[in-house]
Design a protein around this ligand. Structure first.
Ligand code: SF4
Ligand code: SF4
Ligand code: SF4
Length: 246
């Protein structure tokens, strides 16, 4: 049965337990880090962080508002990365039809530099990263090896607040609708981000742009330009990317 996450950001305290649990379970090394004026750390997803709790701070009138967004691959129901990878290396990106997990295999090592750029460009959430030490393209695995043994994903297991939920897709959709109805009493503009298209459903109580540029699927001008350039001849594209400063 297809699985889904329901991530209720209204409950997130940004403790980063999920981020650390992901690193531990996947045996990912620490990053060299420094203070950049934000509690968000590291500054972006990378080959050693499949999960990143994003911090967004802003003034709303005289009130300081913090939004927390535990970012990860959405395991899209029709994954653009899967379609793009299929044009490049057969079997590099596969989907487990039981759980819905979109999985990057060791064959991603065979994908060229340009191929990786194309895969990252078609992802509506800017998720894939390349591990330069192994050559693999990496991202959240849905903790597939745990899920098929009846265990929760490590990030869900570690979350102490009820933000991270995981289970059968239908149950997660029902839970998401219940929580949406509840929080809308206080936050009328609350929404479920791209719920019909993804297996990782976020409840947002503020405008999506106030969490993160890619909190909802991006079909913005920047993306369209990248996809347009991706269709052009690669030598020409390289020159145009430089000219357009993409
Ligand atoms: Fe692929 Fe991006 Fe969708 Fe994840 S979020 S399945 S990387 S297209
Ligand atoms: Fe990391 Fe597993 Fe959670 Fe994905 S499901 S973010 S791999 S802990
Ligand atoms: Fe938020 Fe839960 Fe992650 Fe803590 S563990 S940052 S509460 S999602």
């Amino acid at each position: 049965m297809p699985k889904a996450f329901f991530i209720d950001t209204s409950r997130c305290t940004a403790c980063r337990g999920c981020q650390i649990a992901c690193k531990e379970w996947n045996e990912l090394p620490a990053n060299v880090t420094k203070q950049r004026g934000s509690h968000q750390n590291p500054p972006d997803l990378n080959a050693h962080n499949y999960k990143l709790v994003r911090f967004s701070e802003r003034l709303e009138g005289t009130t300081i508002r913090w939004n927390f967004f535990p970012d990860q691959c959405r395991h899209c129901l029709e994954a653009p990365c899967e379609h793009e990878a299929a044009k490049l290396v057969d079997g590099a990106v596969i989907r487990d039809t039981d759980t819905g997990a979109v999985i990057y295999t060791d064959k991603t090592k065979e994908i060229s530099v340009d191929g990786f750029e194309d895969i990252r460009a078609v992802c509506p959430y800017d998720i894939p990263r390349r591990d330069r030490s192994t050559g693999k393209i990496v991202k959240c695995t849905m903790c597939h090896e745990r899920v098929v043994r009846g265990m929760l994903p490590a990030c869900v297991k570690a979350c102490p607040t009820g933000t991270m939920n995981f289970g059968d897709r239908q149950k997660m959709l029902e839970l998401a609708q219940q929580r949406l109805a509840a929080v809308r009493k206080e936050y009328p503009k609350a929404l479920l981000a791209d719920a019909d298209d993804v297996s990782v459903i976020y409840l947002l109580i503020d405008a999506p742009k106030n969490y993160h540029k890619h909190s909802v699927a991006q079909r913005n001008q920047d993306m369209d330009r990248k996809m347009f350039l991706a269709r052009l001849g690669r030598p020409l594209r390289r020159g145009m990317e430089t000219l357009l400063n993409l």
